[in-house]
Design a protein around this ligand. Structure first.
Ligand SMILES: [Fe+2]
Length: 109
């Protein structure tokens, strides 16, 4: 596993590519990823995918809740949709914070 020191692109292979597929930097700009970092990256992929799937579902909840609030059938409905919206916003922020933490700790790839 090799990392482009210019843009952070992770390349998996026996040796670094001739040029970075993302930014075009030459092979010399690639550094081999340490075993420790590689293990963190591999371990985190599944969890990161789950976080992103969860965020996508929370975005759907948010859209539904906003439609429900706008529909405004009665106070009971609006209460449910308002609470759903608040929860989706809060959890969405928590997911983003968690993913940001993973990226800083190189639990990403
Ligand atoms: Fe790059």
């Amino acid at each position: 596993m090799y990392k482009c020191t210019v843009c952070g692109f992770i390349y998996e292979g026996e040796e670094a590519p001739e040029h970075c597929p993302k930014c075009g930097a030459p092979r010399e700009k690639f550094a081999q990823v340490s075993d420790d970092t590689k293990a963190k990256i591999l371990r985190s992929r599944f969890s990161n995918d789950l976080h992103m799937e969860l965020k996508s579902l929370l975005d759907s909840v948010l859209q539904i809740a906003e439609q429900g609030i706008e529909d405004n059938l009665d106070p009971g409905c609006v209460k449910v949709f308002t609470e759903a919206k608040d929860a989706a916003v809060l959890l969405g922020q928590m997911v983003k914070a968690e993913l940001e933490t993973h990226m800083k700790k190189e639990k990403w790839g």
